[in-house]
Design a binder for this molecule. Structure first.
Ligand SMILES: C[S@@+](CC[C@H](N)C(=O)[O-])C[C@H]1O[C@@H](n2cnc3c(N)ncnc32)[C@H](O)[C@@H]1O
Length: 196
């Protein structure tokens, strides 16, 4: 797998070590909370890749979802999650590379993971997501609708996302996000892409 050295495991671990985690909302992302508040089936198999401190997982657990998997490449953050959830059966915490993960899920949550990987890996992200989803499975979450200098985060726009995802996913929904956190207002798309 191609990987930029500055996006390695060490790079991300160092961000947690030095507490330079400006992306971390400290709580569940409001659009994702809103979406899951409407879902009644708590048995759905949910994957959260690049979960970081996994605030979304925390919210889902409290809401009664009982089949959650989180994966992150940074050992430090994963260790703290493993400690936090050591007595919880409903959540599985994996330290590893999303691109090397195998499993079968009904929903994958996208929350500042796509923007964290090298743009050269975007097509691999799409095919990997496709292979991790069950029939009728889908990705739900947020993608940036803006560009950044340097990166991560790496930006993007709706046209690019359609080009990338449409061969493998139905674009059920991709619209300006109505309930972004303040610093991201106007810069996020809320999406749901169902596996073709
Ligand atoms: C920008 S952070 C977002 C974290 C979390 N989603 C949030 O919003 O707080 C990106 C996360 O992806 C993880 N990551 C980066 N590359 C990864 C990979 N190939 N596989 C799994 N996790 C990865 C990093 O360790 C980091 O925790």
């Amino acid at each position: 797998m191609e990987e930029l050295s500055h996006l390695s495991q060490d790079f991300w671990n160092n961000r947690y070590e030095t507490n330079t985690t400006g992306w971390d909302l400290g709580t569940v992302s409001p659009p994702i909370q809103c979406y899951f508040d409407k879902i009644e089936n708590k048995d759905l198999r949910i994957l959260i890749p690049g979960a970081g401190n996994a605030h979304e997982a925390d919210y889902l657990l409290q809401a009664g979802f009982n089949d959650i998997t989180v994966i992150d490449i940074a050992p430090l953050v994963v260790k703290s999650l493993q400690e936090k959830y050591k007595h919880k059966q409903s959540i599985r915490i994996i330290q590893g590379d999303f691109f090397e993960h195998y499993g079968m899920y009904d929903i994958v949550i996208e929350q500042t993971f796509f923007c964290a990987i090298s743009p050269s890996l975007r097509s691999q992200y799409v095919t990997k997501m496709h292979s991790l989803l069950a029939e009728n499975g889908y990705i739900v979450g947020l993608l940036f609708n803006c560009s950044f200098e340097g990166g991560p985060p790496f930006g993007g726009n709706a046209d690019e996302y359609i080009r990338l995802f449409k061969p493998f996913f139905n674009i059920d929904l991709m619209e300006p996000c109505r309930n972004s956190i303040k610093p991201r207002v106007g810069n996020e798309l809320f999406l749901r892409f169902t596996k073709k």
